[in-house]
Design a binder for this molecule. Structure first.
Ligand code: HEC
Ligand code: HEC
Length: 318
């Protein structure tokens, strides 16, 4: 069953809207049989800019476009990076690249064909290289996309665990992502965050979707579903929880939707833009389609750039 259809039925029965997103771990739907893809629509959306690149063309640092550091955590010469290149990447690329290279079926693009280094950088920028493997979204994801995406094999789980354990040894202490991200979290500017206008960002109904039949697909604010942190994204803007939204955005894992890492250097994660692009090609009744206006994207980039600049200038309590 499609999780959004399930929600629609539950909401109709309960007569309330706040029922989406009661999962604060961000792991809702892990391994859920069924997933998306219900219906026979073509899912071509409304022609709203199906990007093909890995970035956003806005002139800011695209995810994974920064070259890896030449030494220390994240360096291509490091044991962890080399293990990823030799073992994790080839295995995941075969199983997952079909969708995650190019965004097929509404998959967020975080893998790059024949390029382990860029894939590694993308994962780092998305906050997916983490010291505590038990919170890894890669490990938690399970079967998805209506079971078209398989769960990891035991061999893949072992490889990812070995890789993340090696990363932890390299990154722990001075370089632990949580340290860098928690410091930069204190530097986020609430005025700049508010200027993005998330309270006014609404979903757009796909031509293939029936507004009476969907949850949140038709002119719904993000808070309809994201007050529980689904997908590691917290957004309750416009509901009286603006302060909570900002406070959560300052902390892991939620900050990763804005800022991730290149080794020990913070970089834009562009996760919201990547998700927006993914929704343009998503199947009917999959994650609702949404598109940031140019003004919203500019404000989002300014918010992220401001924090990274402050961190670079050591103004974040380092
Ligand atoms: C048939 C296409 C397809 C394949 C193959 C696929 N995925 Fe996905 N993946 C998706 C779609 C669509 C989404 C977004 C919706 C969702 O989360 O269910 C997604 C989302 C994800 C996410 C969540 C992104 C985030 O940061 O929140 C992760 C992690 C992920 N996939 C990992 C994998 C892994 C690992 C594999 C290989 C074992 C894989 N996927 C194979 C289609 C696919
Ligand atoms: C109908 C419920 C619903 C609505 C409305 C909704 N979302 Fe989501 N969102 C989800 C669920 C469930 C997930 C986790 C599965 C997935 O990735 O699709 C998610 C995941 C995400 C992710 C994380 C995926 C990743 O790859 O990093 C982002 C970012 C996101 N949503 C942004 C938004 C924005 C922005 C809006 C408002 C324009 C919005 N969502 C509206 C349900 C919703």
């Amino acid at each position: 069953m499609n999780r959004y259809i399930v929600l629609a039925a539950a909401l109709a029965a309960a007569g309330l809207v706040a029922a989406c997103g009661s999962d604060s771990s961000g792991s809702l739907g892990n391994g859920e049989p069924g997933g998306y893809g219900q219906g026979t629509g073509t899912g071509t959306g409304n022609g709203n800019g199906t990007g093909t690149g890995n970035g956003n063309g806005n002139g800011n640092n695209n995810t994974g476009s920064a070259p890896p550091p030449t030494s220390g955590p994240g360096a291509t010469t490091g044991a962890a990076h080399q293990y990823f290149d030799a073992n994790v990447y080839p295995s995941l690329e075969t199983t997952c690249g079909g969708c995650h290279n190019g965004g097929a079926d509404g998959a967020p693009k975080f893998m790059v064909a024949s390029d382990a280094t860029k894939t590694y950088s993308n994962l780092d920028a998305r906050g997916d290289i983490i010291v505590d493997a038990s919170t890894s979204q890669l490990l938690k994801q399970g079967a998805h996309d209506s079971n078209k995406a398989p769960a990891l094999t035991p061999d893949q789980v072992t490889k990812i665990n070995t890789w993340l354990t090696t990363e932890a040894m390299e990154r722990v202490g001075m370089a632990a992502p949580v340290n860098v991200l928690s410091k930069i979290g204190t530097c986020l500017d609430q005025t700049k965050f508010n200027a993005i206008g998330f309270d006014k960002l609404l979903t757009t109904q796909r031509k293939t979707e029936n507004a009476n039949n969907c949850t949140g697909c038709n002119q719904a604010p993000c808070r309809t579903c994201h007050t529980g942190g689904d997908g590691g994204y917290y957004n309750a803007m416009g509901s009286g929880l603006d302060q909570t939204t900002f406070a959560k955005t300052q902390t892991a894992p939620f900050i990763s939707k804005y800022i991730g890492l290149n080794g020990t250097t913070p970089v834009p994660s562009n996760a919201i833009m990547t998700k927006s692009q993914a929704t343009q090609t998503g199947a009917p009744y999959s994650h609702p389609m949404f598109t940031l206006s140019a003004t919203q994207q500019t404000a989002l980039d300014a918010f992220v750039t401001d924090a990274i600049t402050k961190y670079t200038n050591k103004q974040c309590g380092q």
